[in-house]
Design a protein around this ligand. Structure first.
Ligand code: 13P
Ligand code: SF4
Length: 322
């Protein structure tokens, strides 16, 4: 059968969603494709993924899958990481326009220049970086493992890029090392303000506060818990509190409610840089785009062999150290 939709031009009906989901699952089986999705993906996409996870878990899945095709519902750096770890596989990205603005805040050329200035430092890149940047660094980290990995490194000086918020949060936990931190940031996370979180705390005094480490340091200071999306899910669904204020992208609410519907999860409602309460590039992956991509095997992620070779080292080192 053939299904055709004007992507994002109108809301899909429940029947259309079901039909597309059925077709995507049928095609995935027929083509031996695995569908990986990040927690910030739309619910209708998460529902038909083989696996939903945070950046670290998704990298592990991409490295170990038996599938012939990986369809990655996430932003570009995540698809590139999958290609680097499984270069012989076809990796498809349902929306090639969906990049991560933070990942584009540092270039390989800038990293090379920084190396000249800090020759004795170990260069640590957040997984939210381009493949070209990964090819220049010593080790990658995610928000789930950054403090643990950096503590294990030999160097006394760490150059951390590109996320200043994550870098500062890690630096506080590893005071024995000197940090040089790049000034990148996640536009949606950096727009949550401490004032806004304090207001939510006043409104819900019994609530716990869980925060993603990409948030501004003043927001992190208020948190009862700081961690990656998966770590927030574990904390928020099990902590002894009826309500949890969750400071991250609103896509996480779907999983939280599914995992533990007995609690109330409160997310900030302020608009961010793209006039939404969500990460607009993550939400750029739609069900019709996923369907067209898997059906026609389009939007293949391609990287030069030399970049794959060099970028694999820091990612594999991260997987070993975590
Ligand atoms: P996690 O690794 O915590 O899922 O975060 C990825 C990300 O892009 C957060 O903005
Ligand atoms: Fe990038 Fe921030 Fe969106 Fe995550 S939430 S993909 S860091 S812009």
């Amino acid at each position: 059968m053939s299904v055709s939709f004007d992507i994002q031009e109108r809301e899909l009906t429940a029947e259309e969603i079901e039909e597309l989901q059925r077709e995507v699952r049928r095609l995935a089986k027929e083509k031996n494709a695995v569908i990986l999705a990040h927690y910030y993906q739309r619910p209708e996409v998460q529902d038909i993924a083989d696996f939903v996870g945070d950046s670290l878990e998704l990298s592990r899945k991409a490295a170990n899958t038996d599938a012939d095709i990986i369809v990655f519902c996430g932003v570009r750096f995540m698809c590139e990481t999958a290609k680097i770890l499984s270069p012989q596989k076809k990796v498809l990205h349902p929306n090639p326009e969906s990049g991560c603005p933070m990942a584009d805040m540092v270039t390989a050329e800038q990293v090379r220049k920084l190396r000249e200035k800090h020759p004795s430092a170990e260069f640590v890149a957040y997984i939210n970086t381009t493949a070209d940047v990964k090819a220049e660094v010593d080790v990658c980290v995610t928000s789930a493992n950054a403090p643990r990995i950096i503590k294990k490194l030999d160097a006394e000086k760490i150059v951390f890029l590109p996320d200043q918020a994550l870098g500062q949060w890690v630096a506080k936990q590893v005071p024995e090392k000197e940090f040089v931190i790049w000034k990148g940031f996640c536009p949606p996370h950096f727009e949550f303000t401490a004032r806004e979180v304090m207001k939510l705390k006043e409104k819900y005094p019994d609530a716990k506060v869980a925060v993603h480490p990409e948030c501004h340091p003043r927001v992190i200071e208020i948190a009862d818990f700081v961690g990656s999306t998966s770590q927030i899910i574990k904390y928020a669904t099990s902590v002894e509190a009826e309500r949890v204020i969750v400071i991250t992208e609103v896509g996480l609410k779907y999983t939280l409610q599914k995992k533990n519907p007995d609690k109330e999860y409160i997310f900030p409602e302020s608009m961010n840089y793209c006039g939404t309460v969500y990460c607009c590039t993550m939400k750029g992956i739609t069900l019709p785009k996923l369907y067209e991509t898997i059906k026609n095997e389009i939007n293949e992620v391609e990287l030069p062999d030399e970049i794959i070779e060099r970028a694999r080292r820091p990612i594999e080192r991260m997987l070993e150290l975590s």
